[in-house]
Design a protein around this ligand. Structure first.
Ligand code: SF4
Length: 358
């Protein structure tokens, strides 16, 4: 296994935004215009090796000879029985593994990206949280997941993906710098060209990260995983609530809403008997009062480490009706890829488990 520090210090071109690549090109004594050729090869044509590009100048080719490319390999792929969801297990240079999920909807594709190997947040219903934290992903490792999905679609003659959600393994705002750099690369119109309006960052409630997103006016959608309408209820499901309790979280959300003028999406995993009564829905409404909010309800997906059960369909509708009656838009998340453990909270990245699902 390669030393982790070494990987982080390698300074791969794939980790850089366009201006970083341009600076590297100029520092090598090349004309800045060459940065565009390199960028297109990497992020638009999605080459796997520099040798695949015929039109580099000899000087550029000479410089690139010292620039290693490092793309995670696909260890396993599983496809849901309805064919709409593909889950890729990708192996990183240090042997660690992450999962990326490609979801097909009518006329579009969405990719669910991982931002860390494992996760430190420990949400009790989440397979990633149950496994603990290993390390942050580099920007290039986040971008590589989009590249992998785009190549998979290209092989089918399909364009896309146009939508990304950072809701895979890891807490994106715990790896803020790398995630923002990756998104800058992904939204660059000279390469992947995925519009920021199609990108959603999900957080379990890292208050300083939410404030920073607001202060930096990041143009992405924000989804906050709430799951509980009071501190006792929420802390039981989301331990990070003890660090940033609901009052602090909602203050940060209000600040974000005022600073950006954006609607916030609130995610609510419904666990039978824990947070799924009409009374809880009413407390949720009080919490959100005055905010431009959209509530996404997610009936619990099964994981081995949590004994909770999904809310019954009728109770889901009753919960939704209370929220809608208060004037908030509320939708129930389409369940996708549950048979291959690709649903919310199910990502775990173990090749053996995935292989067993084949
Ligand atoms: S739900 Fe998200 S934040 Fe919570 S443990 Fe899982 S991956 Fe981490």
């Amino acid at each position: 296994m390669m030393d982790e520090e070494m990987i982080h210090q390698r300074g791969l071109l794939q980790d850089l935004t366009f201006s970083g690549v341009e600076a590297g090109v100029v520092a090598a004594g090349l004309r800045p215009a060459h940065a565009k050729t390199v960028w297109r090869a990497l992020h638009r044509d999605l080459v796997g090796a520099w040798s695949e590009v015929p039109d580099f100048s000899p000087a550029t080719r000479g410089w690139l000879a010292g620039q290693e490319l490092d793309f995670p390999g696909q260890a396993v792929e599983v496809v849901s029985s309805d064919g709409w969801t593909r889950k890729f297990l990708l192996r990183l240079a240090d042997g660690r593994e992450i999962e990326t999920v490609l979801m097909g909807f009518t006329g579009r594709h969405t990719v669910c990206l991982s931002s860390q190997v494992g996760c430190a947040m420990g949400c009790v219903f989440c397979a990633t949280g149950q496994g603990g934290f290993t390390r942050h992903l580099r920007p290039g490792e986040i971008v590589a997941q989009v590249r992998h999905a785009r190549r998979a679609l290209r092989a089918l003659g399909v364009a896309g993906p146009r939508n990304l959600v950072l809701m895979g393994m890891g807490e994106p705002l715990h790896n803020y710098e790398a995630v923002m750099t990756a998104l800058e690369i992904i939204t660059d119109t000279r390469g992947f060209n995925i519009g920021p309006a199609g990108i959603s960052i999900s957080t379990v409630g890292i208050v300083p990260g939410i404030i920073r997103l607001a202060d930096e006016r990041r143009p992405y959608n924000l989804a906050v995983s709430l799951h509980g309408a009071d501190d006792t209820e929420r802390s039981a499901l989301v331990p990070v609530n003890r660090r940033w309790p609901l009052a602090d979280l909602m203050t940060a959300c209000r600040y974000y809403g005022q600073a950006t003028g954006r609607r916030i999406f609130f995610e609510w995993t419904l666990v039978a008997g824990k947070n799924d009564t009409p009374e809880t829905a009413r407390r949720l409404i009080e919490l959100l009062r005055g905010l431009d909010a959209h509530i996404n309800l997610i009936p619990l997906n099964p994981t081995q480490g949590f004994g909770g059960a999904a809310t019954h369909a009728e109770a889901v509708i009753a919960f939704k009706d209370v929220i809608r009656a208060a004037g908030f838009p509320c939708t129930v998340r389409q369940r996708r890829g549950i048979d291959v453990a690709a649903g919310c909270g199910q990502l775990q990245a173990t090749a053996s488990r995935l292989a067993a699902a084949l």
